[in-house]
Design a protein around this ligand. Structure first.
Ligand SMILES: Nc1ncnc2c1ncn2[C@@H]1O[C@H](COP(=O)(O)OP(=O)(O)OP(=O)(O)O)[C@@H](O)[C@H]1O
Ligand SMILES: [Mg+2]
Length: 234
């Protein structure tokens, strides 16, 4: 079996002297979707930001694509193929849809197949010349995912892509993530409050509580409401 594309060992990180992540360890393999659930403020976004290099690790190790990237910058990790779709989308509001994709493309270096991306996101093709700020929330979320794909990632970390988005767009993103994992062999870490969505596409699911991964479970367990309450510590 191929080694995991991402291996995290006892990662500790936070803001200044405030430690949020408490010895987080897990692995992510190509072709799998792993879910990460937990209540507000438990450290999910902090984990993703530490993984992509926005926050320094105070201890522990991050291995990505065969390299120890623990003390490398975000740009280096992006060039190795670590993609990120931030919470709240954070597309560039003053740039057009096409320009947003070009920025994503530059993150990896080299050219991307922009027409192929537009084929995957027909709504965006029609909006190519529109400024990001004029897009609806759902369209912006699609653009955030498309911009990440323009960087030709090998692994994608997504932070609550269904937040504030209508169900049809959520379904589109869910189907796309499944396809990216199963057909293109991408590794996907999906932070999501919508447990139903997670149970639909993730094989394994981690539960985070107060900066710790307290449990690993299967998506089948998420179908059971009693189990859900237990998992989240309610
Ligand atoms: N820039 C920051 N500076 C200081 N503390 C922060 C900062 N960002 C987040 N925190 C704190 O870190 C903790 C974890 O926050 P984080 O955003 O990782 O949670 P989350 O699990 O993503 O929550 P949500 O589900 O609401 O997005 C919280 O206590 C939060 O207040
Ligand atoms: Mg968050």
């Amino acid at each position: 079996m191929e080694p995991p594309i991402l291996t995290v060992e006892r990662l500790v990180a936070g803001y200044g002297r405030i430690q949020i992540l408490d010895e987080v360890s897990f692995t992510l393999r190509c072709g799998e979707v792993v879910g990460l659930v937990g209540h507000n403020g438990m450290g999910k976004t902090t984990l993703l930001r530490a993984l992509i290099g926005h926050l320094p690790a105070s201890s522990g190790r991050i291995h990505f694509a065969g390299r120890d990237v623990t003390h490398t910058g975000a740009a280096f990790r992006a060039r190795l193929g670590l993609g990120y779709v931030p919470q709240g989308r954070q597309i560039f509001p003053d740039l057009t849809v096409l320009e947003n994709l070009r920025v994503g493309e530059a993150a990896r270096g080299g050219a991307s197949d922009i027409p192929a991306i537009f084929q995957r996101f027909p709504q965006l093709a029609r909006l190519a010349k529109r400024q990001g700020r004029t897009l609806s929330g759902g369209e912006q979320q699609l653009l955030a995912v498309a911009r990440c794909l323009a960087g030709r990632p090998r692994a994608i970390l997504l932070d609550e892509p269904s937040e504030g988005i209508q169900p049809s767009i959520t379904r589109q993103i869910t189907a796309l993530l499944r396809e990216l994992a199963q057909q293109d062999g991408l590794a996907i870490l999906l932070v999501e409050q919508d447990l139903h969505l997670v149970s639909e596409i993730a094989e394994r699911v981690f539960v985070m509580r107060k900066g710790r991964l307290v449990m690993e479970t299967t998506s089948a367990a998420l179908a059971d409401p009693v189990m859900i309450r237990k998992l989240l510590g309610m």
